[in-house]
Write a protein that binds this ligand. Structure first.
Ligand SMILES: *[C@@H]1O[C@H](CO)[C@@H](O)[C@H](O)[C@H]1NC(C)=O
Ligand SMILES: *[C@@H]1O[C@H](CO)[C@@H](O)[C@H](O)[C@H]1NC(C)=O
Length: 368
């Protein structure tokens, strides 16, 4: 009860001013990065310059903001969700608020994995209203069913629709689900604050509906994935198939204690000053034995609202260390100036809008 009230209170603490500040900061960082990138490029090998700068900016951004992420989506998601107090809650708290046992699937694809037998499952958390983002992914990297002879499957994970027209929105989702058979919906209210719940539901779905897959990836909607390169990496003899998780590794990130921040976490929810090593939530890849282990251990790990750091806390309890990928420059958190050569060698990169994902996809495909 105390915990639930605390979560609500943090929610209310977010203000418009904060959002504007964040947007301004994001824009300034982009501008700095852009200028810096081009001013240092000639004097350094492009890869080094780019990644060095990206890391600096990322460190600073995360230091100030708590984590890097998908601000546009989050803002939009949050707006819908705050207007959603009408949904009745029948949550029985077996463990803490983020444990998947508290939730059930409303839309599900329980047989998809046994039919498809995927080697790799891409799980995309998305807000219910983001149909444009889903369609962009469906027509680009999400439409690849076989890569290097291995079956790949993409699913979208949504929570409950909110707002006054939530019934209509729900009907549209159900229609979309009948049409594409790629939606999984759970019965928590979809909001930025509830992303930890969403991630744990993703883990639960993988553990209960798809244990046969070898790998899974949690990937945001604003990302471009080069599945050829991802598959080459996963099929390499040195890539472990158990207790393995990789992506953009973050070390020693301080917990944000500023109550006005969107990434604020109270000492009650997370007492230590720093997060354990974790993987940036924009996209991380893991061997598919981990979801079951994470769901199980999470009973002992108190939930907090920073989903990627929470997965890090579960991994720490499991004694599993996140791994740096063999080539960290293949995981990019900033796109910079579009350059086809980059896209031919990366595994994942933050691109932005649905339109950008489609544009980039078209250009990269046309070069093959
Ligand atoms: C997915 O790819 C197939 C060809 O492999 C194509 O016919 C289909 O239109 C694509 N789907 C979307 C949503 O673009
Ligand atoms: C999810 O988030 C919303 C708003 O951010 C909140 O009202 C709700 O209680 C949260 N939890 C669940 C389980 O839906």
């Amino acid at each position: 009860m105390v915990r639930k009230t605390a979560w609500k209170r943090h929610n209310l603490a977010r203000s418009k001013r904060e959002l504007i500040l964040l947007l301004t900061m994001a824009l300034s960082f982009s501008a700095i990065l852009y200028i810096y990138y081009f001013s240092v490029k000639p004097s350094m090998p492009p890869e080094t310059a780019f990644d060095g700068v990206v890391n600096q900016i990322l460190s600073y951004y995360i230091m100030v903001c708590g984590r890097s992420g998908n601000d546009n989506q989050n803002t939009a998601t949050q707006t819908t969700a705050t207007a959603a107090p009408t949904v009745t809650k029948s949550v029985s708290l077996h463990y803490h608020i983020a444990h998947p046992l508290n939730y059930h699937f409303i839309l599900d694809e329980p047989d998809k994995c046994s039919q498809w037998d995927p080697f790799l499952v891409l799980m995309v958390p998305v807000a219910p209203h983001q149909v444009e983002a889903r369609n962009a992914i469906r027509s680009t990297w999400g439409n690849e069913s076989t890569v290097q002879g291995k079956a790949v499957m993409t699913l979208f994970l949504v929570g409950l629709t909110g707002g006054s027209d939530s019934e209509k929105a729900q009907q549209q989702l159900e229609e979309e689900s009948r049409q594409h058979r790629d939606l999984v919906q759970s019965n928590f209210v979809d909001s930025y604050f509830n992303l930890t719940i969403k991630t744990m539901v993703i883990m639960d779905w993988l553990a209960t509906r798809c244990p046969q897959a070898t790998y899974a990836m949690k990937i945001d909607t604003d990302m471009y994935v080069n599945l050829e390169n991802l598959m080459t990496f996963l099929l390499a003899p040195n890539t472990p198939r158990q207790n393995y998780i990789t992506g953009v590794v973050l070390w020693d990130r301080p917990v944000v204690r500023n109550k006005n921040s969107k990434w604020y976490v109270s000492e009650e929810l997370y007492p230590e000053p720093k997060y354990p090593t974790y993987l940036l939530g924009t996209g991380y890849i893991f061997s598919n034995d981990l979801p079951e282990k994470i769901v199980e251990i999470s009973k002992e790990v108190k939930a907090f609202n920073i989903e990627d750091a929470y997965v890090g806390a579960c991994l720490k309890h499991l004694g599993i260390a996140p791994s740096s990928p063999p080539d960290p420059s293949q995981f990019r958190i900033y796109m910079g100036q579009y350059n086809r050569e980059d896209f031919l060698r990366i595994i994942s990169i933050v691109v932005g809008s649905p339109q950008k994902i489609m544009d980039v996809w078209k250009d990269v495909k046309s070069s093959r």
